[in-house]
Design a protein around this ligand. Structure first.
Ligand code: ASP
Length: 316
């Protein structure tokens, strides 16, 4: 697979292959020296035109652990500030001989547009409210790890909160249902979209009546930066109806787990400290981010990278 831009483009086979490859990468990451020569001579650029902590750092760590060269593009010190267009920026960086762009941008669809301007691989690290495929892969991997299962068949996952602005929700609904999970979306109707009626999910507007049914409670960040209208009449009311507090955690069934893609809005959707909750998988999501992104970069950049036997050769 040359590009990793959406869960739909990967399809079930692509998703399963990347999850299996992530297990090999996790083994490399457990070594005292977690570094292999798999992508020696390859160059990966991170082009983040929107803020990021976890995704950018985990991609850069992943590239380094596979021995790729890395370049970091920083908008604030680049010619974008002199008015250079995105196309000229991409073509300039391509001329330097890069193999992959890891791209984050506020506009939906940008990874497809960029692929027309460069021969390099494009990895989507989040395009507007559209897709965040590597987050979905991280989340599927983390659930498989926590429940010790190969697929998500028979699992019920509730995704709670700002569905409307969430690329994580879009990618995760696709990936979770592809792997067989039952997905429930829980949100105020103003934070849903008309299109959700066509998604293979159940829709609820009450969190409390859903808690006892789920294996995974997936909390979303309220994305104030993408809200152009007053979709939430009162932040306090949102926090009371949809925030995760200790009483709600206590109502989860035994073995249920809590996830959040980060960054968290403490006091809005999270009123508990996840570091103190045994149900929380949030630290596992971050840790697994490196292994999953190593799998994504390896697949996109190695000749014959579809096969895990190629990895075994270069990783041993
Ligand atoms: N970090 C995730 C993203 O970039 C989730 C979030 O920002 O709420 O989409």
């Amino acid at each position: 697979m040359k590009h990793v831009r959406s869960i739909g483009e990967l399809g079930l086979d692509g998703v399963r292959r990347l999850l299996d490859l992530s297990t090999h990468m996790a083994e490399i990451n457990s070594r005292p020296v977690p570094k292999v020569p798999a992508l020696r001579g390859r160059t990966v650029v991170s082009l983040f035109l929107e803020d990021s902590t976890r995704t950018r750092l985990s991609f850069e760590t992943a590239a380094k652990r596979l021995s790729a060269e890395t370049m970091t593009f920083s908008v604030s010190t680049s010619s974008v500030n002199k008015g250079e267009s995105l196309r000229d920026t991409i073509e300039t960086i391509t001329d330097m001989g890069v193999d992959a762009f890891v791209v984050r941008h506020k506009s939906s669809g940008i990874p497809w547009q960029i692929a027309k301007w460069t021969s390099a691989s494009i990895i989507n690290a989040g395009d507007g409210a559209h897709q965040h495929p590597t987050q979905a892969l991280v989340d599927c991997y983390t659930i498989r790890e926590a429940f010790g299962c190969a697929d998500l068949e028979g699992r019920t996952i509730a995704i709670v909160g700002d569905i409307r602005h969430s690329r994580v929700a879009r990618s995760n609904v696709e990936a979770f249902t592809m792997l067989g999970a039952r997905v429930i979306l829980v949100a105020p109707s103003t934070l849903l979209l008309d299109e959700v009626e066509h998604w293979p999910v159940e829709i609820r507007t009450e969190l409390d009546t859903t808690l006892g049914e789920v294996d995974v409670l997936y909390m979303l960040r309220l994305q104030s930066e993408r809200m152009s209208q007053g979709l939430i009449p009162h932040l306090g009311e949102y926090a009371t109806r949809f925030g995760l507090n200790a009483q709600r955690v206590a109502r989860l069934r035994n073995g249920a787990r809590i996830m959040h893609p980060g960054p968290m809005n403490r006091g809005v959707e999270m009123h508990v400290d996840p570091s103190e909750l045994e149900q929380s998988l949030i630290h596992r999501q971050v840790a697994n981010g490196v292994s999953v992104r190593m799998a994504v970069l390896f697949s996109a950049l190695s000749a014959g990278g579809e096969s895990t036997s190629v990895l075994k050769e270069v990783a041993s």
